[in-house]
Design a protein around this ligand. Structure first.
Ligand code: HEM
Length: 406
């Protein structure tokens, strides 16, 4: 056994490991992927769970119903306080197994079909253009997160759900409280309770005055008919509101930072057509991996995956960022190929919980990156990269702020 693997085994690595390059997974993942044996990693409260490092094994686990995502099962391994806090509400689609999962998911799917997403492309383009007009009028330096990256997904998901535009800052601050791991249990709980109180009030307003939006549809079709309780509606809307803005805004800001630091890719995007823009988005999703802590599951029985036995009750951590750099599947995993992207990456997960909003996220990012670098070709980070505050303390990786100028 090599010295490196000995180092990994004793002590066991704790999650999250530290990134060397802000745009790439920690170096240890490469070693874990190459190792003949799987390793256990230490997660929250000192528990040890199996790290699943390869692409094929990650898909095997996420596609296997013998691995549960149901977080209120006794012994389920949490990787952070927000996961522990969010299950105190009524069940969300991402934390339950079948058949309940499909029952919850089907109520929301119609709003995220390819046709509906494409119908939003023009208004997304108008929004992105108006944000860039404002940036150009103000002049740099300014924060790309608050002026651009956060506004796009927040505005679009708010429009779908029927959340007032003026409340963006409020629900974003509450979401931040839930996911900022240094907040401690009380801070995380305050975030969840605050966000749910806000959504509850909104749902009750739609009871009085339904509109043409997703919350109103939940009210008329599921709440008023008795199919769902108020708290169930609140949890479903909370899931969509959080997932719909937090992830995509992180990807837009992190992707923009990456492109500004890698002019060859930025130029390729700028000079390419829509197909190249779509390829750039796929490759950045695969390469940057904002879900950097991975996805946790628990074995419901003894399961053998690729010759490794995972015993009933044991936890597994599917390392999406490691799987997406697996040379067995991606010919040049540490480079980006905008012309021939491999859309089978696992940045959106895999199996029954694969991201419901992936089409929407893709469309928003295609419009955002292409327009930003076409209209402001010399956009650059206004501070040294080493001073950019990367979000190592938050569940979803990204940047806290990104001062840019041109
Ligand atoms: C699930 C990533 C954008 C809604 C997931 C999962 C991943 C993911 C990895 C799987 C979770 C698991 O298996 O435990 C991302 C990334 C995004 C993004 C990287 C942006 C770049 C969005 C958007 C929405 C959304 C815009 C819109 C509402 C959801 C929902 C689930 C989910 C509802 C749970 C699906 C289920 O359990 O059936 N996402 N997501 N996501 N995502 Fe996204």
């Amino acid at each position: 056994m090599s010295t490196d693997l000995m180092t990994l085994q004793n002590p066991l690595p704790a999650i999250p490991m530290t990134r060397g390059c802000p745009f790439s997974p920690p170096a240890e993942y490469e070693q874990l992927r190459q190792a003949a044996e799987w390793h256990k990693v230490t997660v929250m409260d000192g528990r040890q769970i199996w790290m699943v490092p390869t692409y094929s094994a990650v898909r095997a686990v996420l596609g296997d119903p013998r691995f549960s995502a149901e977080r209120d099962r006794p012994g389920f391994p949490y990787i952070n306080q927000s996961q522990k806090e969010l299950i105190k509400s009524s069940p969300a689609m991402v934390t339950v197994d079948e058949p309940l999962h499909s029952q919850i998911r089907r109520r929301a799917t119609y709003a995220f079909t390819g046709k509906r997403v494409e119908a939003l492309r023009e208004s997304t383009q108008q929004l992105v253009d108006s944000l860039i007009d404002d940036m150009l009028a103000k002049g740099g330096p300014l924060d790309l997160v608050t002026e651009f990256a956060l506004v796009i997904p927040s505005t679009i998901i708010s429009g779908i759900l029927g959340v007032p535009a003026e409340d963006h800052q409020h629900f974003h601050e509450l979401t931040n409280k839930i996911f900022t791991l240094t907040n401690g249990p009380e801070g995380v709980a305050a975030g969840r309770l605050g966000l749910e109180a806000y959504i509850r009030e909104l749902v009750l307003l739609k009871v009085q005055e339904p509109k043409d939006d997703l919350i109103s549809r939940y009210v008329t079709e599921y709440l008023n008919t008795g199919e769902l309780e108020l708290e169930e509606v609140v949890t479903q809307i909370r899931t969509l509101l959080i997932a719909g803005h937090e992830t995509t805004s992180s990807m837009i800001a992190l992707g923009a930072a990456f492109l500004m630091e890698h002019p060859q890719y930025r130029e390729q995007l700028r000079q390419g057509d829509d197909k190249i823009a779509a390829g750039a988005v796929e490759e950045m999703l695969r390469y940057l991996n904002i879900m950097h802590r991975g996805l946790v599951r628990m074995a419901l029985e003894d399961v053998e995956i690729e010759g490794k036995l995972i015993k009933k009750g044991e936890g597994v951590l599917c390392a999406l960022n490691s799987a997406n750099r697996d040379a067995e599947v991606f010919a040049k995993p540490d480079e980006l190929d905008f012309e021939n992207p491999n859309r089978n990456h696992v940045a959106f997960g895999f199996g029954i919980h694969q991201c419901l909003g992936q089409g929407l996220a893709r469309m928003e990012m295609q419009v955002a990156f292409k327009t930003l670098f076409t209209r402001i070709p010399d956009l650059k980070i206004a501070i040294p990269l080493s001073e950019v505050p990367f979000k190592t303390d938050v569940t979803v990786y990204g940047v806290h702020c990104l001062p840019v100028t041109w």
